[in-house]
Design a protein around this ligand. Sequence first.
Ligand code: HEM
Length: 408
Amino acid sequence: MTTVERPLWDPFDPAFRADPYPFYDRLRTEAPAYPIPGGSVALTRYSDVFATLRSNQVSRDVEANATLDESNPVAVRRRERRRGGAKTILNLDPPDHTRLRRLVSKAFTPRAIEQLRPRIEEMVDARLERAAEAGSIELIDELAFPVPFDVISELLGMPTGRADELRDWSQALTQGLEPTVTMEELDAADAAIMQLVPYLIEIIEGRRQSPGDDLLSALLAVEDEGDTLSPEELISFVVLLYVAGHETTVNLIGNGMLALLRHPDQLEAWRHDPSLDASAVDELLRFDGPVQHTVRVAMSPMTFDGGGTTVSIEPGQTLLTVLGAANHDPAMFDDPHRLWLARPNAGKHTAFSAGIHYCLGASLAKLEATVAITRLIRRFDTIELAGDPTFRDRLTIRGVDHLPLSVT
Ligand code: HEM
């Protein structure tokens, strides 16, 4: 009987989705530039991932520049969908990217974000108060999701009344990013956007009439050397902020807390040592980050070491930069599978990408997670798992679904 060798990168393998790190290790050692079905090449070494994200030979605009696999109906459909809407800064190359990023970046500087600290502390404490009364907390539904959601809503000046619907829409949208996405899931993502956009237009129009002291009003008024955001750019940016603003941070808090519970010595160390507050979240981002991979398109011929062979990349071919694999590369991080909150170079992780698309919300995400986790672990002496944590069955955005805790 012939045995079919399993591909090293197989998003359809449930074991890979459940725990991709052993698979990344094999890829990095055996085939660090690995051609995956569909024409992409997965890069798993830190040096290759970092250099590619910072390279000016690559594009983030997959729709405009990637060679399409016409035989793959999902790929064809994805391209049609992308053509339907305005691009966000995430999908643009310079000079358009530079222009949009300049218009929006002022609101996200570390200094502007730091001003949100007291409000975030207040939100977290109110939720921990309820946990103290109950003696338990379902960390995802009762802290990790609502805090980033309320923060981004407040920052933008959005009502929070439709939180559940927004959460569903946002989950449907991010499911569209998964390599295993089906036509039905793409239908659901389209349906979500059809509901989300009119909802946002209504709010934006209201704010245009009566501006307030919020980010949305600031974005409506933004002007840089005579340049402004077009209405389409504004809507796409708000959608991106909503989705990026909470689909990811929820997983940083969830994955981070689970990692701490599985490494009680590190939890204890952090609980008693506030000097770790500035950097511990970087180690959590490195250890099990919410965004596992992103993509670039080669704009000129490139070559990579494929582990003894040279892998040549044609213009138009996509490169999957596997952030989670880079973050566990022993060439960069000593003993990479060990959670070590005091790791001196933890801040070198690629969980927020690198180069021009480096996450705009990085300071906000780190502040939210630091406040949430430090206040949780310092308020309660005992925090224990009160049931099995379940991971969402996803590969691109990795996160815990349920994390029931008992707290005393
Ligand atoms: C732990 C939480 C977060 C993680 C892990 C994360 C991760 C990322 C990554 C990997 C990218 C770049 C993707 C690429 O290079 O292709 C990115 C871009 C971006 N993120 Fe985040 N993000 C997080 C939270 C946030 C938050 C809270 C916001 C906003 C409120 C945000 C807004 C953005 C925006 C606007 C971009 C596009 C930047 C650009 O293209 O110039 N993110 N994020």
